[in-house]
Design a protein around this ligand. Structure first.
Ligand SMILES: Cc1ncc(C[n+]2csc(CCOP(=O)(O)OP(=O)(O)O)c2C)c(N)n1
Ligand SMILES: [Mg+2]
Length: 242
């Protein structure tokens, strides 16, 4: 988390020496092929990685995360077509939060469920409550199993919401306040915590300790990022590819 936070701060200690930032953070060592400033840009990259995994028979499964906005891009459609046709081990996860920046989805898409697009390419499309941890886990588990056993790709559409705007500093004038508040009441963490306590997986005090550990980890990451140096000006052209 420290190196990730440092990357978001553009610091030399970040995963990509501060040159990737939030838009292009990547760490192939962990299998993270990169965020992408091109909306839907990660979808063909994941599809190519799945092709590679299939050819190498590595048993790996590629996963692409993207937004509702990205699902209107050509790259999404081209990737799903080729992945289904070649039966590639890839899971497409669309986080449908109802808005692409400030554009409400109903202004730019006729159908209600993005998952319906999957059938046009010959793969299963699953709609899931994206704010339900176990529902997402189950859908993801099934899709990964399918991919790994050679049955090909799956499109999972997680219905969710973002609490804040697309980027910090953007005026939140395009969303009805009641809509934002209704989704905030549906936040996923508290119900899952409650579920784990009821199932006897965690005690209330263990849950509390876990939360404190996570907060401390985030605080430590922020402190590390803040105190790290920026990359030296003379390194500006190092580690860059075009
Ligand atoms: C190819 C491309 N077109 C346009 C943009 C500008 N842009 C940045 S984010 C965005 C909308 C993305 O919508 P969504 O995928 O739903 O993401 P969210 O706003 O929910 O985070 C657009 C159009 C871009 N970065 N790349
Ligand atoms: Mg969106």
């Amino acid at each position: 988390m420290k190196y990730m936070m440092a990357e978001l701060y553009g610091k030399a200690t970040g995963y990509n020496k501060g040159k990737g930032g939030s838009q292009h953070i990547a760490w192939p060592g962990l299998g993270i092929l990169g965020a992408n400033g091109i909306v839907s840009g990660g979808i063909p990259i994941a599809t190519g990685a799945a092709m590679s995994a299939k050819l190498r028979k590595s048993g790996q499964v590629a996963v692409a995360f993207f937004g509702d906005g990205a699902s209107n891009e050509g790259a999404f459609h081209e990737s799903l077509n080729i992945a289904a046709t070649f039966c590639l081990p890839v899971v497409y996860v669309c986080e449908n939060n109802l808005y692409g920046v400030g554009t409400r989805q109903t202004c730019v898409r006729k159908i209600a469920d993005i998952a319906d697009r999957a059938s046009g390419y010959g793969m299963p499309g699953v709609v899931v409550d994206g704010n339900n941890v176990l529902a997402v886990y189950k859908a993801a588990y099934e899709a990964v199993q399918r991919a790994r056993s050679g049955e090909g790709p799956t499109l999972i559409e997680c219905k969710t919401y973002r609490w804040r705007t697309h980027f910090e500093g953007e005026p939140d004038t395009y969303r009805p306040r009641e809509e934002v508040e209704a989704w905030m009441r549906r936040e996923p963490i508290a119900p899952y915590r409650q579920y784990l306590i009821e199932q006897g997986v965690l005690s209330a005090s263990e849950a509390e300790a876990l939360e404190q550990r996570v907060v401390a980890q985030v605080d430590e990451a922020v402190a590390f990022a803040r105190s790290s140096p920026f990359p030296a000006p003379e390194s500006a052209l190092e580690d860059l590819w075009a």
